[in-house]
Ligand binder design. Structure first.
Ligand SMILES: [Zn+2]
Length: 352
């Protein structure tokens, strides 16, 4: 008989209080769509309370000046930290709740109190750099959680999978010289924020532990699934993480207004299932997903549903069929590109 899965979910009405200027895509209404998918699994999930992160927790990933700048912007709210990144009077409190939820959810999973979890937070985090808010992000929720796991839970190897359609420049900046955190990112390229080309592969002791998969516009399920099969799986098998964190953005969805990818519900389901399978195989199932982008109701509902399905699946979920690698196709080209950067340290890279 299958063991009951303990899957934690963070939702909190206070995440609606970071209010956007009219017409801004990163708006509180996004969470209604996320909630719709989570509510379908009510009764199967465990609710985790959102807690504000303390200054010392924010400082795990950011400098004092950054915190001071966010504070000052909020004091003169409504204002902006960059052309895209707005703040209102409640934004600092809301952003603390996003980081605090990511930390607590990840800790509960790391300690085995939960098998897995999903944090439906805003504002998102993966563009926030150590000293800079950008791209709708104030603090880097996933990076802060990873640093907290390193320090308080003594995890030595954490894999962050970022399938948001934008490159997670903030997460990369925080871990590019850190061999204990492997950052794997799929993203539209060239595109905002401009970083994330394949040769950006980490530096110093972290060289090789940043894996960027820059995809041309128009990629769909086969490209994403093929990339996960031929690049993510061998990278994870080599790295052997103790826990997997997902920067779960849903803006690669075909309905999304900000980017030009064509991923469907079944693509997100395949990606989430593959990450769950890796967690089961490599790290006792320890898997935490934190919301990043996603700007159409359909993207958010279908993406969140895929994550909930994968997290709640009683056994390791079934994996998608192997995607054929056609030389010269978008998939073939990006696999070749990543193999040319990372293949020497990972001979299985590119094989299915
Ligand atoms: Zn995004």
């Amino acid at each position: 008989m299958a063991v009951t899965r303990h899957v934690g979910v963070v939702e909190d009405p206070r995440y609606h209080e970071h209010r956007a200027p009219p017409g801004h895509p990163e708006c509180p209404e996004r969470l209604r769509s996320v909630h719709e998918a989570i509510a379908e699994r009510e009764g199967e999930i465990e609710r985790i309370a959102a807690r504000p992160a303390e200054d010392d927790e924010l400082l795990l990933a950011h400098g004092l000046e950054h915190l001071a700048r966010v504070r000052a912007a909020v004091a003169r709210a409504p204002s902006r930290l960059d052309p895209d990144t707005y703040v209102c009077a409640e934004s600092l409190a809301t952003a603390r709740l996003a980081a605090g939820a990511a930390i607590d959810l990840c800790r509960a999973v790391a300690r085995g109190d939960l098998h897995g979890g999903f944090a439906a937070v805003r504002p998102p985090g993966h563009h926030a750099e150590p000293a800079r808010a950008m791209g709708f992000c104030l603090f880097n929720n996933v990076a802060i959680a990873a640093r907290a796991l390193r320090s308080s839970e003594r995890l030595d190897r954490i894999l962050i999978v970022d399938w948001d359609v934008h490159h997670g420049n903030g997460t990369q900046a925080l871990f590019e010289d850190d061999p204990s955190v492997l950052f794997f990112s799929t993203h539209q390229f060239p595109f905002y924020p401009g970083t994330g080309d394949a040769p950006e592969a980490g530096r110093g002791r972290g060289e090789g532990e940043t894996v960027n998969v820059p995809l041309p516009a128009g990629c769909s399920d086969p490209e994403y699934v093929g990339v996960f099969q031929r690049l993510l799986v061998p990278v994870a098998l080599r790295f052997r993480p103790e826990m997997i964190l997902v920067s779960a953005g849903f803006d690669a969805h075909r309905a999304d207004p900000l980017a030009s990818m064509e991923v469907t519900a079944s693509g997100f389901s395949a990606m989430a299932s593959m990450v769950r399978a890796l967690a089961d195989e490599l790290c006792g199932g320890r898997l935490a997903m934190v919301l990043e982008g996603g700007y159409a109701p359909e993207s958010l509902v279908e993406g969140t549903r895929a994550c909930m399905d994968a997290l709640l699946h009683a056994e390791t979920p079934p994996l998608p069929a192997s995607v054929e690698l056609v030389r010269g196709s978008n998939l073939g080209r990006v696999v070749d590109q990543v193999v040319s950067v990372h293949g020497r340290r990972n001979p299985r890279l590119g094989a299915s």
